[in-house]
Write a protein that binds this ligand. Structure first.
Ligand code: NAD
Length: 281
């Protein structure tokens, strides 16, 4: 069984991106800039944002975090986003989710210029992705996609099952696999026989949020299994896949932690650089 080492693949990607930033700096005499807006002091968001800033600095991006208290007015955030949309030194804007209840998430997402939407959540980017056009792609499914391609460069004709249909993970993952000519089944909480669906799959991507939902006897021999789930349990962090059981049948599997997580941040940096490159065209 191949243990898909997300930490290592993410480190390699960051190294490539670092090199690319050097080349872009030589060519354009400027570097891509990422601005993260962080509202409130929720511990997980603070940690994510700190990691994003550290990684951005490591690859040589110009990075900035703008912090607001959780009492900030929605209008203040929307005005700040407009200001960043018009700032030529900023290539990517990310508003860390979740937001306080009084701030309309969709309004915030739609205020970010699609060309600077490094999370790929703007309806224009969602539409472009599903139409097969160039777009920013949400970072977590993009990371999953890059790992799958490392294991199997030619996905044409493969059967893929995506477990979970969130806008963040399941839906964009489905689009990426479709683009690679997979036959994709998207499953969710109302799916009648999830085990039977999974047993058909050459590739399974689980993004659900239920500890160890996908069992060993749900997985076809030699399938590639990507575990997006991050679940806190009494036994520590576990994914949506029963790792010990599935590792006995799968061809390749991501661990939790150390699989999808590190790739998510590396893909945010990739998206920032891609936004910069498109803006120079
Ligand atoms: P979500 O809650 O938005 O969506 C979960 C999806 O799972 C829904 O579409 C739902 O229909 C489906 N579902 C629920 N119960 C099911 C069942 N019994 N059978 C089949 N499908 C079922 O979650 P999300 O934001 O997509 O996140 C999913 C998981 O991924 C969470 O554990 C989250 O913490 C993790 N996550 C990890 C990363 C990372 O970087 N590794 C990033 C984002 C999310």
């Amino acid at each position: 069984m191949i243990l898909i080492d997300g930490k290592k693949i993410a480190a390699e990607l960051r190294e490539e991106l670092k090199q690319e930033v050097v080349e872009l700096k030589t060519k354009y005499n400027k570097v891509p800039g990422l601005t993260v807006i962080l509202i409130g002091d929720m511990a997980p968001s603070q940690i994510y944002v700190r990691n994003k800033e550290k990684s951005a600095n490591e690859v040589g991006l110009k990075s900035e975090v703008i912090r607001y208290p959780d009492t900030v007015e929605e209008k203040t955030i929307l005005e700040k986003i407009e200001e960043l949309n018009n700032d030529e030194t900023i290539s990517g804007i990310l508003v860390q989710l979740p937001l306080p209840k009084h701030i309309d998430k969709q309004k915030v997402i739609e205020t970010i210029a699609p060309s600077k939407d490094v999370d790929g959540f703007h309806p224009m980017n969602v539409g472009n992705l599903s139409s097969g056009y160039e777009s920013s792609v949400p970072c977590t499914p993009l990371g999953c996609y890059l790992m799958i391609k490392k294991i199997e460069p030619n996905l044409s004709g493969k059967k893929a099952v995506v477990v979970g249909r969130s806008n963040l993970n399941g839906k964009p993952m489905t689009q990426l696999l479709l683009k690679e000519n997979c036959t994709v089944t998207i499953t969710h909480s109302r799916t009648k026989d999830l085990k039977a669906e999974c047993l058909e799959a050459d590739i399974i991507v689980a993004a659900v949020g239920i500890p160890e939902l996908v069992k060993g006897d749900w997985v076809k021999k030699d399938a590639i299994v990507i575990d997006v789930g991050i679940n806190k349990t009494e036994n520590g962090l576990v994914g949506d896949v029963a790792f010990d059981e599935v590792s006995k049948v799968a061809k390749a599997l991501t661990p939790v932690p150390g699989g999808v997580g590190p790739m998510t941040i590396a893909c945010l940096l990739k998206n920032t650089i891609d936004c910069f490159k498109r803006s120079q065209k």
